[in-house]
Ligand binder design. Sequence first.
Ligand code: FAD
Ligand code: NAD
Length: 519
Amino acid sequence: MPARNPACASNSTRIYQEGIEDDKAGRIRSALAPPLPRKHEREQANIYARFSLIARMDYDVLIIGSGPAGQHAAWQAARLGKRAAIIERKPKIGGAGLQTGTIPSKAMREVAYLLSRSGGMRQALVPDGRSRHGLLADAVRRKEGVIAQQESVILQRLMRHGVALIPGEASFVDAYTLQVADAGSNTRRLTADVIVLACGSRPRRPADIPFDKKTVLDSTSILNLRHLPDSLVVVGGGVIACEFVSIFAALGVHVSVVDSHAQLLTYLSEDVVGVLSDSLLAMGVTFHMQERVAEIRREGNGTVTVLASGKQLRADAVLYAQGREPNSAGLHVANAGIAAQDGWIEVNRHFQTSAPHIFAVGDLIGRPALASTGMEQGRAAVLHAFGAAEQAAADNLPMAVYTIPEISYVGKTEKEIQQENIPYFVGNACFKDSARGQIIGDAQGLLKLIVDARNEKLLGVHIVGEQASELIHIGQLVMNLHGTVRDLVSNVFNYPTLAECYKLAALDCVHQLEQRSVP
Ligand SMILES: Cc1cc2nc3c(=O)[nH]c(=O)nc-3n(C[C@H](O)[C@H](O)[C@H](O)COP(=O)(O)OP(=O)(O)OC[C@H]3O[C@@H](n4cnc5c(N)ncnc54)[C@H](O)[C@@H]3O)c2cc1C
Ligand SMILES: NC(=O)c1ccc[n+]([C@@H]2O[C@H](COP(=O)([O-])OP(=O)(O)OC[C@H]3O[C@@H](n4cnc5c(N)ncnc54)[C@H](O)[C@@H]3O)[C@@H](O)[C@H]2O)c1
């Protein structure tokens, strides 16, 4: 466990020593009495150092932020028997994970997805205006129901484990003391041996974009739309942009995408993203790739997006989705001596900041910035903080993009492998070649294995199609357990399933291997 700070002397610090309740005695004396000779100063410092060893902090661990990373840090601390509290400034718990990001977007996506299926595989319905607005209401209802249910699950879990919830905005007074200001402007100070920063991130909102929560939207305000626009311009080609493009296109909205890159989701395999782009084209999405936005303005009841090329795109609404920013501005991390780069907190592999008893996890430390990884970072940070046995972090983290169709991957892309000069080969399985793919009507789905030619181990798995976000975990486990492509060939999969595509792709690989070994 990190050493306690001998200098921690907030008003709320309680020092349990005969007759002395807090550090006021020392302060009063220094204010009223004449300065102590140097020898006495040294003695007093020693006395304070001794007191500090038995100083009792308010909590063993204070966690700032109730998103996925903060929740899992608190839960882990409570399981270790520690006195843990979460400080949250919003009236509802859950952070972007539950309130404004992962869960609401996935709940809305489910309505759009079901709709796209009922109109034929991934064919968006183009229903009349009235029913389209009803669809948005369905999506909002589903989203709100899921949030409420998950909120109660999280609250019950935290309560059952004795985690305290403290409302208010936290900022550093010093490295062991936080000031918490609640909505009524009441402030109090709290101390802890360990502090975990899990403050998350928010949409990047450049000052020249006229966000208004109605027509010029970010990924938070688009979730609160009550009226479905007829047309939507999406600025950005990243994961948030692509997920909302899918949702709104499947709800029958005419969606145009503007992005400065040549490909959506630039860090993914070209062939996998190609399947997504084709599917979005089939849903009527138009693309303006390798274009930059010069201006976005509101005009009448709608918007005009002016591109650097001179094109003007008129639409009922614009979604601006170009990255996120850390929620660190109000934390005053300098008071705790913590290093940050443009607001992103710097950590070592144990998620320790430059102050070793202060940890930072989740979006606040930057990529991968996923709810899934944030949860694990929160857990790992707390285990390290309290010296509990840590498990080695999983090497291969999966990522899922909940577009229609889904994309998921683990490990490296072909491009990355080529840059590293690793000899490799690729095995593909098309969902349409599997019985299950035919049954569910997924004609475009693809599972791709990238295999190290030197040892037949998997370097990457890339999937686009139905259930990609679930299927990926098979490949992830094989990778983490250092299995080879032949393990997939000899495995028995339920039939008919999409998982069988692993075997088909593995057989494709083995066939290539055998061809190579033929003289
Ligand atoms: C639209 C969208 C979709 C996403 N979809 C997925 C997905 O499908 N899968 C996935 O894994 N990830 C997804 N993500 C990413 C995921 O939501 C984040 O990675 C995750 O929520 C980060 O968790 P966190 O705990 O670090 O922070 P957050 O969830 O952002 O929570 C931080 C909390 O800290 C609070 N806070 C901040 N500062 C203070 C302060 N000073 N005092 C008190 N409280 C404070 C905030 O109010 C907030 O409640 C998505 C994100 C978005 C925006
Ligand atoms: N399914 C999921 O797991 C999921 C879904 C949504 C979001 N998220 C997470 O949320 C985070 C944010 O998502 P995102 O879509 O904003 O990120 P992203 O990195 O996927 O895309 C951001 C896009 O904005 C552009 N961009 C970023 N900063 C810019 C700048 N200063 N100027 C111009 N363009 C800029 C990038 O080039 C990129 O195209 C991601 O880290 C992601 O992991 C995950």
